[in-house]
Design a protein around this ligand. Structure first.
Ligand code: ASP
Length: 342
């Protein structure tokens, strides 16, 4: 790592940025301008860290596309100036924000590493320090003068994952995230172990481009046994709805009752795009494997393959915002754009 490596740390909010006031016992927001004083270990990393914080740090439950666009714009504005970016974010919706950013940042050739923590940075047993320090270290990793990571990653509890492959799976354990359909990119033990084959290839000389229009004409519907026609219809009939993530069973299966096929066919006629994503945390949709998914194929339902719900909904927002032609929409969605599906 060279002394000249520059990292921009962006604080958006969440538990990680809190410290305990040991006199009162209360949690309060951490002053990030004091970061290096508070965590002197960061000085040993031999890189220059600048910090920028959201004016009003937020709990990640309040994140929306305006915040994503702000984040993407910050990275765009500082792209040439820094070698890597670390985004501190609440863990609750971190997989959504980081998936969204993976689509918004096209031809990314520098690391953008999301991290957070289950316990505040000022807590005695905190996981924040390791998550933060290792994320900075990963963002500063280079090989032959090139950044090792050239994609949006999520680092938590000793593992760097491809962000758009992750899901928050635990509200209690330090290991809060899983990426069941793609192996870790880097593991942190005594040394950092980089799994090169799992990383996205260099996007080469293609120009970095930031997309800032995200549609909100989308919804998610999770199927459940005994779901009534009126539930399905009322979702598909939402005024202005352009696309729906439909969480199905197992390898992409749904009831074969005629009302379901009819509702989907009517939606397809109106140009509503429906994506088939499995409710299982691991594995893939295989359309047509069972009779219970053949009718979805006939209704032009998009095959979400092994994509997460978080990546599917943000990919829909991105593709609708990019005004992909309805004719190409299914093909483009079924293509892996940022390593989000096989
Ligand atoms: N509720 C918090 C948030 O997502 C939890 C965390 O930071 O991990 O902002």
């Amino acid at each position: 790592m060279s002394g000249a490596t520059k990292i921009l740390l962006i604080y958006t909010g969440g538990t990680i940025g809190m410290v305990k006031d040991y006199k009162t016992g209360a949690l309060k927001a951490f002053d990030f301008s004091e970061l290096l004083k508070r965590i002197p270990e960061l000085n040993q990393l031999d890189c220059k860290i600048d910090t920028v914080s959201f004016d009003k740090p937020i709990d990640s439950s309040n994140m929306n596309a305006r915040h994503w666009i702000h984040l993407a714009s910050l990275i765009e504005a500082h792209y040439d100036e820094y070698d890597g970016f670390v985004v501190l974010h609440g863990s609750d919706t971190m997989s959504y924000t980081s998936s969204a950013l993976s689509f918004m940042l096209e031809n990314l050739a520098k690391p953008v590493i999301f991290t957070g923590s289950q316990l505040p940075i000022g807590d005695l047993r905190t996981d924040a320090k390791e998550n933060l320090i290792t994320s900075v270290q990963i963002a500063a990793l280079t090989e032959n003068g090139q950044p090792v990571v050239q994609e949006v990653g999520l680092y938590f509890e000793y593992k760097l994952y491809r962000a758009n492959r992750t899901t928050k799976i635990n509200a209690e354990h330090f290991q809060a995230f899983a990426s069941l359909n793609h192996p870790p990119l880097i593991e942190s033990g005594v040394h950092l172990k980089v799994y090169r084959d799992n990383l996205l290839g260099n996007s080469g000389s293609k120009k970095f481009k930031v997309h800032k229009i995200m549609s909100d004409d989308v919804a998610i519907l999770k199927l459940f046994p005994n779901m009534s026609e009126k539930v399905m219809r009322s979702v598909l009939d939402i005024p202005g709805l352009k696309a729906l993530v439909m969480e199905t069973y197992g390898s992409g299966n749904a009831p074969t009752e005629p009302w379901l096929s009819n509702a989907l066919n009517l939606a397809a006629e109106r140009g509503v795009q429906v994506v088939n994503v499995t409710q299982c945390s691991g594995g893939s949709v295989v359309m047509g494997r069972y009779e219970t998914s053949k009718h979805l194929q006939s209704a032009q339902v998009i095959n979400g393959k092994d994509i997460t719900t978080e990546a599917a909904i943000t990919k829909l927002m991105y593709l609708l915002g990019s005004e992909i032609s309805p004719k190409l929409f299914k093909t483009v969605f079924e293509t892996s754009l940022r390593g989000e599906m096989r």
